[in-house]
Design a protein around this ligand. Structure first.
Ligand SMILES: NC(=O)c1ccc[n+]([C@@H]2O[C@H](COP(=O)([O-])OP(=O)(O)OC[C@H]3O[C@@H](n4cnc5c(N)ncnc54)[C@H](OP(=O)(O)O)[C@@H]3O)[C@@H](O)[C@H]2O)c1
Length: 237
């Protein structure tokens, strides 16, 4: 029997995050789930409780496109919990052909893959330190191999494409992991930090482009037979 842990998964209203939350809830862990959409979050609590038989599910709403929501989310967790065993920074998106940015002009793919995990890891570190063996997991992607990072142009203001934003952000996720790991080791922290690639999985990830063209839709269909299923993906974590 595994000891029950307190686990946060961001972006757990769909895809990998929801599946993983259901699996871990089924193993008896206390789950803190998160989403930006109230109705999807309500449905996720219901589905996870029903499928896992575990009622110890705590849900928080926050739109990570807004920095104040990210800080408020972390504050709410700090108000409600003394200890976090695992923080899984999973929320992410693949945007469309138009560059999308936060109010203070942070490109949105970068915001979700890099800035939010950075803020949450720092803000929740005291709770992770309170665990016997705190763990942070950032979600990267195999696509980081195709990154074309130049001149530390994180904002891609003049040279934006959805693919470049996504691939670069997943490389920066790995850079962030290395940087944070070094800092933790220098401070003799017992918290560990890793990033992972879940595998190619057919989810809603690529559905943010309202102008999605025929070519990208055909490509998703062609890639489906090569996709892992969600059980294979969550085994990687
Ligand atoms: N699928 C793959 O093949 C694959 C491969 C490598 C890496 N990944 C990574 O795995 C992670 C999960 O992806 P997925 O495939 O499971 O995608 P998904 O099905 O689209 O799920 C993404 C989750 O993130 C949430 N999210 C998106 N934007 C948000 C925002 N502004 N604020 C708060 N939450 C937000 C979504 O909320 P809603 O439910 O409201 O949309 C959803 O819960 C991502 O980091 C992705 O880059 C995926």
């Amino acid at each position: 029997m595994t000891t029950s842990k307190t686990i946060i998964i961001t972006g757990s209203t769909d895809g990998i995050g929801k599946h993983l939350a259901t699996k871990l809830a089924g193993e008896g862990h206390k789950m803190i789930i998160h989403g930006r959409n109230h109705l999807k979050l309500k449905q996720a609590i219901k589905d996870i409780q029903t499928q896992s038989g575990n009622d110890d599910i705590h849900a928080y709403q926050a739109d990570f496109a807004k920095k104040e929501d990210v800080y408020q989310f972390a504050q709410n967790i700090k108000n409600d919990f003394d200890k976090i065993d695992v923080l899984i920074n999973n929320a992410g998106a693949y945007f469309g052909s138009e560059r999308v940015a936060t109010e203070d002009d942070v490109e949105m793919t970068f915001m979700l893959s890099v800035q939010v995990p950075f803020i949450l890891t720092n803000a929740l570190m005291p709770l992770l330190e309170n665990a016997d063996q705190g763990r942070v997991i950032h979600t990267s992607s195999y696509m980081h191999h195709f990154a074309k990072a130049s001149n530390l142009d994180f904002g891609l203001k003049h040279d934006y494409s959805a693919g470049k934003a996504y691939n670069n952000s997943k490389l920066y996720t790995i850079w962030l992991t290395r940087y944070q790991n070094k800092a933790l080791r220098q401070n003799n922290s017992k918290v560990t930090i890793n990033s992972y690639h879940p595998g190619l999985i057919s989810t809603n990830l690529n559905n943010n482009d309202i102008k999605k063209n025929l070519k990208s839709m055909m490509l998703s269909e062609i890639m489906k037979p090569f996709s892992k299923n969600l059980d294979e993906c969550t085994a990687t974590v």
